[in-house]
Ligand binder design. Sequence first.
Ligand code: T4K
Length: 401
Amino acid sequence: MGDGTLKSLQRLSDLAINGAPPAFSTPVHVGRPSVGNKEEFLRRLDDILERRWFTNDGPYVREFEKRIAEFLGVKHCIAVANGTLALEIAIRALGLHGEVIVPSYTFIATAHALWWQGITPVFADIDPATHNLDPAAVRQMITPRTTGIIGVHLWGRAAPVRELQKIADEHGLALLFDAAHAFGCSYGTDLIGRFGRLEIFSFHATKFFSSFEGGAITTNDDELADAMRLMRNFGFSGYDNVIYPGTNGKLTEVCAAMGLTNLDAVDGFIANNRDAYLAYKAAFSDLKFVTMLDYNESEKNNYQYCVIEISPDCGVRRDQIVEALHAENILARRYFWPGCHRMNPYRDLFPHAGLVLPNTSDVAERVVVLPGGSALPLNAATVIADVIRVLESERGDPKDG
Ligand code: T4K
């Protein structure tokens, strides 16, 4: 067994969780990296070794920044070591303090980047249809201490940019976006990367487009860009002269070389991801209690995340499905359960935050993120649909079989 094609999945006793052999012999991961042309990467690696310039604003980092800015149609790109540092530097450069409004339904880094700098993340609820910040909920969370709003383009689907900008303008707040998921995605026809005061990206291995580890801040603001460039390098402005409290946020040449190699390959990555997304859509079309999160085909998408929601009316709980899939070696994830507000330090500090986050709690209980992209084995979508179908049709504890 092992390629997902041989296994019959018709009754509970066919499930690996009940002792049958798993559908796949090796784990099928969410977030398996897409890789561009290996020879091109190795050629660049050779260059780096010959040149003996490994980090600190090297030629590949500069080329990477230029190519990203051109790709996104934005004036400045500041490449950094990862998405979390991008957020931290951006928050510092914008002078945020006091409270900043963020969704709780996001990766913990969005909240931690604030807390790490002594700023209180104030969690606003999401729109259950989009999983992105609900502008009405954001308005409710504004206090005299609020200095900013971080919108997250979750799953690469654009946050309500226009509405959030209106709120920010009305209240004199800085608006920035965590676009960690959204490289190559658009808001309307405009690529994400040029909205708010700035946007940040992650190029982590698990992201649509990776530089091993890496990240970037993009902005059209010249002054902000200059400040962030210095902050990324301890605040040095030339030899022996520090003019900002900075950090070490530099991207290495090896990471930039990987980034450049993958940037050349993004069209192929999108095509592979879209194939996986469409395979799931087809496989789930007759599953009444499973909703696949749609990408708007009139916008640009990277299709990196294959996200399903299990209806509360389904006879099986989301966690039973995830457990059964893991037994088949399909390592589906419950991103972003349980929500940042239910993780520490926020859970202990703000134990009642959940009272204003009903949609966050509901969505976090329902979502399953499935493996996608080129690493998705043939027929994996069918196997996953079959597992859910078997569980659902028997409507009970999978281990009762
Ligand atoms: N904002 C948002 C909205 C984010 O989602 C993230 C990161 C950030 C900010 C911060 O950006 P960075 O500082 O990370 O650049 C993963 C990633 O580590 C994290 O980057 C990502 N979001 C988050 C959504 O997912 P984990 O804890 O789930 O990672 P892990 O180790 O469980 O890996 C996920 C899956 O990927 C595994 O099934 C195995 C597979 N994998 C992973 C790696 C590292 C591979 O196949 N190859 C690999 O090299 O957080």
